[in-house]
Design a protein around this ligand. Structure first.
Ligand code: FMN
Length: 217
């Protein structure tokens, strides 16, 4: 009996899932909504994606903060330090991959695009000016990320550790502040569900023409 009820629930859940995600356009708009909300919602799981780059060693992955998503231009933005190895990797191989996972919605996004490095230009200036100084203190780090140290080292001058910095105090960091901007070429959307997982692939060509397909999960 319990199993039978389960079967009814599974079947109605499956119907509900297909009703909720019946259209590729609707899924695409839910993706842009999530990506646009994530940067301003501290607890949104899509705020902390993994960014993948290519290097001579192979694939490199790291967590970054999604700072902004511009749905109109299909661009994702993150901040970084000019001296971090990923900057050179992106300059050498501009195709990058972003991985997002939402545990409550059990939804994964695998996004591929071309990434551009913005340093001391209008994009970098705009992000610097619009960022809260508390998110810019890292750019006062004296050593390039990855530098070997003789002991535990937070890589921040003693006088600015553990407190909120003013805009004037973070200002010297502007020289090494970089914005990575990824122009999205494809989004692979996957929603896992025991009642039936669903997966869709969106691609855009150089003329911004979209192709959208359901694909097997
Ligand atoms: C929660 C979290 C958020 C992070 N956000 C960023 C970020 O926005 N930009 C960044 O360059 N590194 C960020 N990092 C550090 C990177 O994951 C990585 O350790 C660092 O950038 C060095 O990477 P690289 O050697 O590949 O350049 C973050 C790490 C964590 C744990």
């Amino acid at each position: 009996m319990k199993q039978y009820c389960g079967a009814v629930n599974d079947s109605s859940r499956k119907d509900a899932l297909i009703t909720a995600f019946h259209s590729l356009d609707q899924i695409e708009s839910s993706i842009w909504k999530g990506l646009s909300l994530a940067p301003t919602e501290v607890l949104h799981p899509w705020r902390l994606p993994a960014l993948g780059t290519n290097s001579e060693e192979g694939c490199e992955l790291r967590t970054v903060v999604l700072r902004s998503c511009d749905a109109a231009t299909r661009t994702l933005y993150a901040h970084t330090d000019l001296r971090s190895p990923k900057v050179l990797q992106v300059e050498q191989h501009s195709r990058t991959c972003w991985l997002f996972y939402h545990p409550e919605q059990r939804t994964q996004l695998r996004i591929i695009g071309r990434t551009q490095i913005h340093h001391q230009d209008t994009v970098a200036d705009q992000f610097w000016t619009e960022s809260d100084p508390t998110s810019l203190n890292l750019y006062r780090a004296p050593h390039p990320p990855g530098t070997v140290q003789p002991g535990p080292d937070p890589n921040l001058p003693l006088e600015i550790r553990g407190r909120k910095l003013s805009r004037e105090e973070v200002e010297p960091g502007r020289d090494i502040f970089v914005v990575m901007a990824t122009r999205i070429e494809s989004i692979d959307w996957l929603r896992l569900d025991q009642a039936g997982s669903l997966r869709a692939l969106f691609k855009w060509d150089d003329e911004n023409q979209r192709t959208a397909n359901w694909i097997s999960p």
